[in-house]
Design a protein around this ligand. Structure first.
Ligand code: ADP
Ligand code: MG
Ligand code: ZN
Length: 475
């Protein structure tokens, strides 16, 4: 029997807020342990949570970016369980009355067709503290860091609409882009501001039942999510073929071994309305204000980049894949550089160079102005493409202008015809058999001769002119 996978995701996103959700402590993940704490977020008895506006704003922007219906009334519940990272014994979470329902995101499926994947709901909740396990000493100990306790999260729960690891990964990528654009969160899996659990079950192809699922945790990259789901689909298929029953439980992904292993029976504690946080009432007016804060979102931007700048769709998608990147691209284009040149140089030179240096557009030392300066010299034939690549590498190291680098390091392209003619004659004299070959119809030799001329000029000759002069001399 052939099975199809049924996949639903539960995604925790840590909101980009200056303070925690119910107190004024800093929300700064990298700080020294237990620096950002107060009676409220240590959850001491008698401390009363005060719900902050910023969390509501960032959560609402996130929900709008994911095409959700914001609920005019929502409220917090106490999700009751005890664990050392939650010593008060319950987590404030909007279980019964979430902030938003019924959203969606479009992705491009494996077969190249667009698919709409539905979101069931999005609710706000506070994060728990963080356990740090020290195994170095003679007696292993566990420490609790409360910096994370009470920081603002949203949990996004999808419908079980996803059918493949590929689509799950695309969904996460699309979600990350939307939320980053909206300013809800950086959504970094590395830094833990985006955490994804996957629910997986199988069913015979062509049926529509929802069978018992297994929940997988502990994936810390998008690649891991795809691999873990693929492994789990395989594992369940083997179980079903062997006649084994699937039982509801939670499994952990082991990235080293590339397998999922059972962790625990799935746990679900009681959930009761919280009496201390007032219910949240949202007016149309406030909601409209939030809508007006959203920037141009990637879907629209792609269309505009194609229409306005004549980019290919592929280029437009890449240039819109991050908000900072799209703004950088437009800033360079606004310096009168042809958009296709800008897109090409960003895609093939700047992005790889940033990646190599583990930098992003936010911390790149190459301002849009300097990058535009370099491309302008390339456009005016003042440097050739090879030299421009070297100048780009220097731009990372100094804060000189591209012009200064070109002048100082002698990268200026030689476009002086008389000078180039001398050079070409030298090359022809040094390679008589190649010249002869060309005259006898071996046209490929031209490339070799251009290469020789470029290398004699130490890469500075204008290759277009070299080519013209060579053809003139040889015919
Ligand atoms: P639970 O209460 O066990 O957490 P939910 O109904 O809240 O289950 O669903 C959690 C996630 O699991 C959702 O993303 C949902 O789409 C997904 N899901 C629900 N049923 C299934 C199933 N049979 N197979 C795969 N995923 C499922
Ligand atoms: Mg759940
Ligand atoms: Zn606090």
């Amino acid at each position: 029997m052939d099975y199809e996978a049924v996949i639903g995701l539960e995604i925790h996103v840590q909101l980009k807020c200056a303070t925690k959700m119910f107190c004024d402590c800093h929300n700064r993940p990298g700080d020294e342990p237990n620096q950002n704490i107060c009676p409220i977020c240590l959850w001491l008895p008698g401390a009363i949570p005060k719900f902050g506006r910023e969390a509501l704003e960032k959560a609402t922007l996130t929900c709008l970016a994911l095409n959700c219906d914001i609920q005019h009334q929502s409220a917090f519940d106490q999700k009751v369980y005890y664990y050392p990272d939650l010593p008060k014994g319950f987590q404030l979470s909007q279980f019964h009355r979430p902030l938003a329902k019924t959203g969606w995101l479009d992705i491009i499926g494996k077969d190249g067709a667009q698919e709409r994947l539905r979101i069931h709901k999005i609710h706000m909740e506070e994060d728990v503290a963080k356990l740090v396990h020290e195994t170095e000493g003679r007696t292993p100990i566990s420490l609790v860091d409360f910096n994370r306790a009470g920081t603002p999260l949203v949990e996004i729960v999808t419908e079980p609409d996803i059918r493949s690891p590929h689509d799950a990964m695309e969904f996460i990528r699309a979600l990350r882009t939307q939320i980053q654009y909206a300013g809800g969160s950086e959504c970094s899996m590395e830094q833990g501001t985006l955490r994804v659990d996957a629910n997986v079950s199988l069913r015979p192809c062509g049926t529509d039942q929802l069978n018992t699922k297994v929940e997988i945790k502990n994936m810390n990259s998008i690649r891991n999510i795809g691999d873990a789901i693929a492994y789990e689909i395989d594992r369940q298929a083997r179980c079903l073929k062997a006649g084994e029953e699937i039982v509801l439980h939670t499994r952990l992904w082991d990235p080293e071994k590339g397998v999922t292993a059972p962790m625990r029976a799935k746990f679900e504690g009681p959930c009761v309305p919280d009496p201390s946080v007032p219910q949240i009432v949202i007016s149309d007016e406030w909601l409209n204000e939030m809508r007006s804060r959203l920037p141009e979102m990637p879907g629209r931007k792609v269309e505009r980049f194609v229409d306005q700048y004549g980019l290919t769709r592929e280029q437009a998608v890449l240039m819109s894949s991050e908000r900072e990147l799209s703004e950088y691209f437009e800033a360079v284009v606004n310096q009168e550089i042809p958009a296709c040149t800008v897109a090409h140089w960003i895609a093939t030179q700047l992005l790889p160079a940033l990646k190599e240096r583990s930098q992003t557009f936010i911390d790149t030392p190459i301002s849009a102005e300097r990058f535009a300066g370099l491309l302008a010299m390339l456009e005016r034939d003042e440097v050739n493409a090879n030299s421009a690549k070297e100048v780009l590498a220097r731009l990372f190291e100094t804060d000189q202008t591209p012009r200064a680098i070109v002048e100082e390091s002698g990268f200026r392209q030689v476009s002086d015809t008389a000078e180039l003619e001398v050079l070409v004659d030298q090359v022809l004299a040094a390679n008589p058999s190649a010249a002869e070959g060309f005259r006898n119809g071996r046209k490929k030799v031209l490339g070799f001769l251009i290469g020789q001329a470029m290398s004699v000029s130490q890469g500075k000759a204008n290759p277009k002119l070299i080519r013209e002069i060579l053809i003139g001399r040889l015919s």
